[in-house]
Design a binder for this molecule. Structure first.
Ligand SMILES: [Zn+2]
Length: 212
């Protein structure tokens, strides 16, 4: 099977999982991936991510200009800017996970250092300053934040995660939302406490050995 076809099928599968998990509603969210010849494949606008077919996807050239397929997502420039700034990753997934987004609406710091699995899976989480959806400013803010992390919260909007392929980026989004959910429950029960510095150091060592 042509690798571009494989990527198209993977993007559709990730869209189905996003929609089923409730991390997007209606036509929300968007997904991108590098494909052959330096081009990018992105999801279309005004199509539910839960019901996409490979033929609905859009192809952009290496500069983000439209080549073929459906009408590209209005956030295509955010995806292209991040993919160009981070040649070490191949894919971005953007969604509106409810719990993680709530942290940005309330300006609550997102601290994964209370959960070892979150520290291993997420490491740093950065928040990009607010900018209106689909603007160049949002794209720049997200790309700046993504220079030093694979997990970016978009203030008052959602999150965008980076990975070696769309499934990898989806897993980071799922880990982010799972951690956010736990942190909110913990806050309801009382004050959460961080892992102590030695425990955090041990996790960083494990992370380097196991995940890199
Ligand atoms: Zn959005």
């Amino acid at each position: 099977m042509n690798s571009d076809r494989k990527i198209a099928k993977m993007i559709c599968e990730v869209g189905r999982r996003l929609y089923k998990s409730g991390m997007v509603a209606s036509n929300d969210g968007n997904i991108s991936c590098r494909i052959s010849k330096g081009r990018f494949m992105v999801t279309p606008t005004c199509v539910s991510k839960g019901f996409m077919r490979p033929k609905d996807l859009c192809i952009l050239d290496k500069d983000g200009n439209y080549l073929k397929g459906g009408k590209p997502t209005s956030e295509a420039k955010m995806h292209v800017m991040i993919l160009k700034a981070r040649p070490d990753i191949n894919s971005c997934v953007h969604a509106h996970p409810r719990c993680a987004t709530a942290f940005t609406v309330t300006s609550t710091p997102f601290d994964p250092t209370v959960l070892p699995e979150a520290m291993l899976g997420l490491s740093a989480v950065r928040t990009a300053p607010y900018a209106a959806p689909s603007t160049l400013e949002l794209a720049k803010n997200a790309a700046d934040a993504a220079l030093t992390t694979d997990v970016v919260l978009l203030s008052r909007h959602g999150a965008i995660t980076l990975g070696c392929d769309p499934i990898d980026a989806l897993y980071k989004l799922e880990s982010l939302e799972h951690c956010a959910h736990t942190l909110i429950y913990a806050k309801l029960l009382g004050k959460s406490t961080e892992l102590d510095p030695n425990e955090q150091e041990q996790l960083l060592t494990i992370s380097k050995e196991v995940y890199h």
